[in-house]
Design a protein around this ligand. Structure first.
Ligand code: TXA
Ligand code: MG
Length: 330
């Protein structure tokens, strides 16, 4: 199957939304902004379109996708919600939360998208462009992050183009995203489990539930040995440069990813310095994380030294992505 095609880039306007909906209905691949990162969308019921999507991303096809819908009402036609799942959906949708739920009878999302699992991942995104596309298309859209598999997730249309130009049909440019890290994924197949830290801080999820989230490993010990969030390969989000975490100094030749007002020794000689948030704000840091990783990687330094980022709130997702960027390559 040849995947080379012409990629059109559209400004975000009503014409673009119509074009996206038509393209999706015809089995096309459309990149669009969500509040977390840009997604690469395909009709969730169209196995051929999804096969093209896996090919365009170069993604291992055992990795299931998130189905995006415009509302909780639409989601209830796809999956079964228990009381905890309903509480979370009502509190955080539309927004940066994905729920993994048992499939409803007659679940329209095709087997290729769910990698043959009995569960399905669902999200109602809050970004106005994503909402408009989903409403206009009128069905579920599977959308992984719009990057080549293993690359850093895209937070601008330019990042999408750099990775996928000539491999997908359309990109809607809705400007830079607001959140900057992917959605939090909570498994609701029994006791709720945090499968991936993300745009909704753990503390906020636990406040709504009224009890602590379980850890995936604990849940795995009680369930099957199927991967819980199989997309969570250790080396994901990999820049070309080596990534050195918790750096207390910058070594010769390294670039620096800083956090907070004070730079470590050696910063003055760094190949390039970028700061996630000079004022130490974790929301700002999340929004800038992937863009700055790309920029530092582009400067040609052999390694990127990363200052410590606090672990609470959005810091959990930021540290998770940084650890993956630093992991030995698969
Ligand atoms: O913010 C986001 O979630 C973005 C935007 C575009 O919505 N999407 C995104 O998708 O990050 P992706 O494909 O990069 O990550 C989906 C994650 C993977 O880790 C996958 O393994 C997990 O969701 N997942 C999907 N279905 C699952 C299931 N049934 N059980 C467990 N994990 C699942
Ligand atoms: Mg991804």
């Amino acid at each position: 199957m040849s995947i080379l095609t012409t990629t059109e880039i559209l400004a975000d306007d009503p014409g673009a939304i119509d074009a996206c909906a038509r393209c999706l209905a015809g089995g096309g691949l459309v990149a669009f902004p969500t509040e977390t990162v840009y997604g690469l969308g395909a009709d969730a019921t169209n196995a051929e379109a999804i096969a093209r999507l896996y090919l365009a991303k170069g993604r291992p096809s055992f990795n299931p996708l998130i189905a995006h819908v415009d509302s909780l009402a639409a989601a209830r036609g796809i999956a079964r919600f228990d009381a905890a799942a309903l509480k979370l959906a009502e509190a955080f949708w539309p927004g940066p939360l994905t729920l993994v739920l048992p499939k409803a009878d007659g679940c329209p999302v095709c087997e290729l998208a769910t990698a043959g699992l009995d569960s399905v991942a669902l999200r109602v995104p809050g970004h106005p462009v994503a909402q408009a596309i989903l409403r206009s298309f009128g069905g579920a859209v599977v959308a992984p992050s719009a990057n080549r598999s293993g690359h850093v997730s895209p937070t601008t249309a330019a990042h999408v183009r750099a990775d996928l130009d000539g491999r997908i049909d359309l990109i809607v440019d809705g400007g830079p995203v607001m959140v900057g890290v992917e959605s939090s994924i909570v498994g609701c197949l029994g006791t709720p489990v945090l499968l991936r830290p993300g745009g909704v801080p753990r503390e906020a999820i636990e406040r709504v539930l009224g009890w602590p989230l379980a850890e995936p490993l604990v849940a795995a010990a009680h369930g099957s040995d199927a991967p819980l969030a199989p997309g969570m390969l250790a080396s994901h989000y990999a820049p070309r440069a080596r990534v050195r975490l918790d750096a207390a100094e910058v070594k010769p030749g390294e670039a620096l990813l800083a956090f907070g007002p004070e730079l470590p020794p050696g910063a003055e000689a760094a190949a390039l310095v970028r700061n996630l948030s000079p004022r130490g704000d974790l929301s700002e840091a999340a929004a800038r994380l992937f863009g700055l990783l790309r920029e530092l990687d582009g400067c040609g330094a052999a390694a990127i030294a990363v200052m410590p980022v606090p672990p609470h709130g959005l810091g959990e997702a930021i540290n998770d992505r940084l650890r993956r960027a630093a992991a030995p390559r698969a």
